[in-house]
Design a protein around this ligand. Structure first.
Ligand SMILES: [Zn+2]
Length: 323
């Protein structure tokens, strides 16, 4: 049996999968609130209790929202870290892969079916080309899939913390606001749930907004998106428009950096919730505005991943490559 994990600052998904080529078969999975546990081992124990202890695990792969250094992952805002050695001791297997969470999601790209993807742009897919994944959610993740020796090999990045590349006068003003707030303007401070809250602050200036009044910061992004999609607040609508355009532009940047002629994939929790806004033309217009490289980005297919467990599935694919 394969054990897959998707460890985030808010929630942790664990799943059991059986081997299956190319796609491992899902057997059972559970979600746990990460902050309520004092170690990753404690979550593994809870999972063993919930799905039945004593199952032999052949290989483990877990995607973790943070950089992996020396087979150890540190999570933002969580007091404990995740180490391969700790998992090896607990589960009695040497076959362990600790991955960046987007690297794990990237492993799912090769096994997703048509129902788990929404086409934003058909392009002309090159089967022997690279691919890339970008995912806005609690933070912004980016990963590349390099085509090496006949297969796509996921490679992690911390590209979400790279600089925000402003393109329009409004975006330059936004970058100035972010620099004043944070010292520098990271692309994650625009393209994430907290990023949408920053955009809301920018488009509303000091104007009150009914959509978010009384809401905790963590509850504001879906409320802003809702107010924008229903057109109940013009400033929320502008915030979401800026979000969508910046998302398209950054997806194009990622496609260029990775020469992703096999496709650019949009993952993460936000995209499926704002699908109508991603399909209104703004995202693709910003994505394609890469002269003199427009023909190159236009050839890259662009898909939204709508399987909410793609990260867990990808971890299972990675575990299968070890077993
Ligand atoms: Zn508003």
């Amino acid at each position: 049996m394969l054990l897959a994990g998707d460890v985030g600052g808010t929630k942790t998904l664990l799943g059991l999968f059986e081997r299956g080529e190319p796609r491992p078969r899902h057997v059972a999975s559970r979600v746990y609130p990460t902050q309520e546990f004092d170690s990753f081992t404690a979550i593994l124990d809870a999972f063993a209790h919930d799905v039945g202890a004593g199952i032999a695990i052949d290989a483990v792969a877990a995607g973790v929202a943070g950089p992996i250094v020396d087979r150890r992952a540190r999570l933002t805002n969580i007091a404990w870290d995740v180490s391969a050695a700790e998992i090896a001791r607990r589960l009695d297997t040497p076959r362990i892969a600790l991955l960046n969470d987007l690297e794990a999601m990237a492993y799912s790209v090769g096994v997703l079916d048509g129902g788990e993807l929404v086409v934003l742009h058909r392009g002309e897919r090159r089967p022997n080309g690279n691919a890339a994944v970008i995912a806005a959610g609690t933070g912004l993740g980016q990963a590349y899939l390099h085509f090496i020796n006949g297969r796509l090999l996921p490679v992690a990045s911390e590209g979400g913390h790279a600089d925000f590349a402003a393109r329009t006068d409004r975006e330059f003003e936004l970058a100035r606001m972010l620099r004043e707030l944070y010292g520098r303007a990271e692309v994650e401070q625009v393209l994430s749930g907290p990023g949408l809250v920053n955009l809301h602050r920018f488009t509303h200036s000091d104007r009150a907004c009914e959509a978010v009044s009384g809401l905790a910061p963590a509850d504001q992004p879906p409320a802003i998106a809702e107010a924008a999609l229903s057109r109940s607040c013009a400033n929320c609508a502008e915030a979401l428009e800026m979000f969508v355009e910046a998302y398209g532009a950054e997806a194009g940047n990622l496609g260029l950096r990775g020469v992703a002629t096999a496709g650019v994939f949009i993952g993460g929790g936000i995209a499926p919730k704002i699908l109508p806004a991603l399909q209104d033309g703004r995202f693709m217009a910003a994505y394609l505005a890469k002269a003199p490289m427009m023909d190159l980005v236009a050839a890259m297919p662009v898909h939204v991943i709508v399987n909410p467990s793609a990260g867990l599935l990808g971890a299972a694919v990675a575990a299968q490559t070890l077993a």
